[in-house]
Design a protein around this ligand. Structure first.
Ligand SMILES: [Zn+2]
Length: 225
C-alpha cells in the first residue's frame, strides 16, 4: 500500500485512505481476473457467458471494437502495474493537504482535483479541501486513478493540446464539474487507442462495470497482504 505520508495525524483519515486503496486494488484484481479469462476464451475459441459479458462491459468502457484479446491483456497489465504501487509498503507515499497546500505543491493539477500524482513517481497527493473527498467511492476512484500515473504504468491523462478552460488543458475525466472533461471522456470512446491508456477509462471499467461478477470471480481464499 502507499505508505502514510504527511498530514495523517488523524487516525480516521488514514483508515479511510488505506481502506480506499485496498478497495481499489481489489477491484483491479477482479478486473484482471475477468480480462485474462475472457482473453484466454477468445484465443481458444471457447466463449462462455462470463467472457461475453466481460467483452460487452469492456466495449462499454473503452469503445466499440475495443474487445480484442490483446487489448484485454494490455489493460490487465496496466492494472497489475497500478496494484504494484497500491501494494508497495516502502517506496510509495501518499500525502494529505488542504486545498491551498495542494495547489501550492501540485501546480500542474487540474482545477477541481481531488488528487494528483507526478507522472512516473512514487508519491500521491490528496486534496482534503475537495467537497467530494468525504465520499468513500470517490476517494477510491481517485486513488485508483492516481496510482495509474505512478511509477509502473506511468500513464498520462488524455488532453487535446490547446483545448483549454481557464488556461488549463481539459482532460478526459469522468467527473469534471467545470464541463468539457466529461464530454471528452465520452467522445474518446470513438478512439479505443486512447481510451485503453487513459486513466479514467481504466478506472471506469474496474469500478463501473460487472462488479458483482468480478468480485465473485476472484479466486478464494485470498491471503491477506
Ligand atoms: Zn490524472
Amino acid at each position: 500500500m502507499y505508505g502514510k505520508g504527511e498530514n495523517f495525524d488523524d487516525r480516521k483519515r488514514w483508515e479511510r485512505v488505506d481502506k480506499a486503496q485496498r478497495g481499489a486494488a481489489a477491484l483491479n484484481d477482479a478486473a484482471i481476473w475477468r480480462l485474462k479469462n475472457a482473453a484466454d476464451a477468445m484465443d481458444n475459441g471457447k466463449l462462455d457467458s462470463a467472457s461475453i459479458r466481460t467483452m460487452e462491459d469492456f466495449e462499454k468502457a473503452f469503445g466499440d471494437e475495443a474487445a480484442t484479446a490483446a487489448n484485454m491483456r494490455g489493460v490487465a497489465q496496466r492494472y497489475e502495474q497500478a496494484n504494484a504501487a497500491l501494494r508497495d509498503t516502502s517506496q510509495f507515499k501518499v500525502n494529505a493537504h488542504n486545498s491551498k497546500e495542494f495547489y501550492a505543491i501540485r501546480t500542474g493539477a487540474s482545477p477541481d482535483s481531488m488528487g494528483s500524482a507526478p507522472n512516473g513517481s512514487t508519491r500521491m497527493d490528496l486534496n482534503f479541501g475537495h467537497d467530494d473527498i468525504g465520499k468513500d467511492e470517490k476517494l477510491m476512484w481517485t486513488m485508483a486513478h492516481e496510482a495509474l500515473h505512478g511509477r509502473g504504468s506511468a500513464l498520462r491523462d488524455y488532453k487535446i493540446p490547446g483545448v483549454t478552460r481557464n488556461d488549463d488543458e481539459i482532460g478526459a475525466y469522468k467527473f469534471d464539474r467545470g464541463g468539457g472533461g466529461r464530454k471528452l471522456f465520452e467522445e474518446l470512446k470513438d478512439d479505443p487507442g486512447q481510451t485503453l491508456i487513459n486513466p479514467d477509462h481504466l478506472v471506469s471499467f474496474a469500478q463501473d462495470f460487472g462488479l458483482t461478477e468480478a468480485l465473485e470471480a476472484l479466486p478464494r481464499p485470498r491471503r491477506k497482504r
